[in-house]
Structures are given as structure tokens and as C-alpha cells.
Design a protein around this ligand. Structure first.
Ligand code: DX5
Ligand code: ZN
Length: 220
């Protein structure tokens, strides 16, 4: 399988939207062509920011018709996963958090959601290699997690390529998602290195023409 076998999925991150107009923002992203909506859950411990929890994800789910891609940046993903299963199509947990990764991934799958494993820019691909055969999605952070609007870290690109190579070598089919500082230019670089799923916060919600932006990103 080559990148051509993985059409680009664009997942606008609700973190960059106006929470006061959640329903409107969800509809705006969907009308612009969003394939998924990305939801960044932050607990103030694993990352230095607090965003929202299960009730907000449920409210987004009520407004949305596309799949919800939930990214848990929290200390105890194993404890909180059950509270997201009903509304999340994908749940990604961080390999750096203190939990039994294999068990948490199985909990997500057995609960009926697709499971993802996320890794920070400073974490080597080696950390996730033992779990690649157990995931639907590998989430490669291209900024230090915690805040939207940061600059893309190009040093993460070789890891994207290594992940794509490992996937081909092992005959696996998980998606490779990049998250942080993605715009048309950095999205193209990520695509060239093997990414197929683009999380876009600031660049999507602040685009003068969100539909045009998503169309362009889909074709990088
Ligand atoms: C960062 C989050 C990202 C964030 C991306 O911790 O995981 O999903 O919303 O936002 P931008 O695209 O603005 O970097
Ligand atoms: Zn995210």
C-alpha cells in the first residue's frame, strides 16, 4: 500500500472554533467539507492547558454528522475512556501517559470505537512500535501538545516517514495523522512523508474561505 491508497482525511480541530457558537461552528466546518471533527481533551496535568471534557464532546456529537476524532491529552486515559466511547468514533491516547497502553487500546476497540495512539515530538517512534498491530490510527504530534496556533515542528517529519515504512513492512493499515501547525504548506510536507490524515485548527477556522482551504489541503 502506498500513500495513494490512503486518500487525505481532513479533521478540523474544534479547539480553534468559537465555543460560544458550537453548533454553528460544527455546521460551518461540515459545510466546508470536513471529513471528521477533531476534539482535543486536555486535563491540565498531561498538558499545561484545560480544554473540555465528555459533556462538551457529547454536545458536539449532537450537532455533528461526521465522525468525531477524540484526542485525549490526559494523565489517566484508561480511567476516562469509557466516558467518551458513546460519542467518539476514534479515541487516541498518548503513549507517554501512565497507563497500560495495550489494555487501554483494547478497551477502546472492545467499546466499539477505533483506537489511536499519539506520540509527542520528543518521543521516538520506538515507543509505539510494540503497539502498531493494535491500532487504527497513529497520531504524530507536530507541535508540543497543549495549545493551538503553534508553529509546525519539521523535525517530526522523519518520524512520519518511518511510521509509513514500518506500516508497509509489517503489512498494517493504520492511518497516519499529523496534528499541530498544519496548513497547506506543512500539510504538503507531511503528505510527502506519508501522512494521510490532517488535523487543522487555526488554519481551518481562521481561513477566510474554509471550504477553499479544505479543498486545497485535500489535494496536497
Ligand atoms: C494541540 C492539539 C491540536 C490543535 C491543533 O495540542 O492537539 O489538535 O488543536 O491546532 P493548530 O492547527 O492551530 O496547530
Ligand atoms: Zn489534537
Amino acid at each position: 500500500m502506498s500513500t495513494a491508497d490512503y486518500p487525505i482525511v481532513v479533521a478540523p480541530s474544534i479547539l480553534a472554533s468559537d465555543f460560544g457558537k458550537l453548533h454553528h461552528e460544527v455546521q460551518r466546518a461540515e459545510a466546508a467539507g470536513a471529513d471528521w471533527l477533531h476534539l482535543d481533551v486536555m486535563d491540565g496535568h498531561f498538558v499545561d492547558n484545560i480544554s473540555f471534557g465528555p459533556a462538551f464532546v457529547e454536545a458536539t456529537c449532537r450537532a455533528a454528522s461526521v465522525p468525531l476524532d477524540v484526542h485525549l491529552m490526559i494523565e489517566r486515559p484508561d480511567h476516562y475512556v469509557p466516558r467518551f466511547l458513546t460519542n467518539a468514533d476514534n479515541i487516541s491516547v498518548h503513549v507517554e501517559a501512565p497507563h497500560d497502553v495495550k489494555r487501554t487500546l483494547a478497551m477502546i476497540r472492545n467499546g466499539g470505537s477505533h483506537c489511536g495512539l499519539a506520540l509527542n515530538p520528543s518521543t521516538a517512534l520506538d515507543a509505539v512500535l510494540p503497539f502498531l498491530d493494535q491500532i487504527d490510527l497513529l497520531l504524530v504530534m507536530t507541535v508540543v501538545p497543549g495549545f493551538g496556533g503553534q508553529s509546525f515542528i519539521p523535525e517530526a517529519l522523519p518520524k512520519v516517514r518511518a511510521a509509513a515504512e514500518a506500516r508497509a513492512r509489517l503489512g498494517l493499515t493504520f492511518r497516519i495523522e499529523v496534528d499541530g501547525g498544519i496548513n497547506v504548506e506543512t500539510g504538503r510536507l507531511a503528505r510527502e512523508h506519508g501522512a494521510d490524515t490532517m488535523v487543522v485548527g487555526t488554519a481551518a477556522f481562521r481561513a477566510p474561505d474554509m471550504r477553499g482551504f479544505i479543498s486545497e489541503l485535500r489535494c496536497v
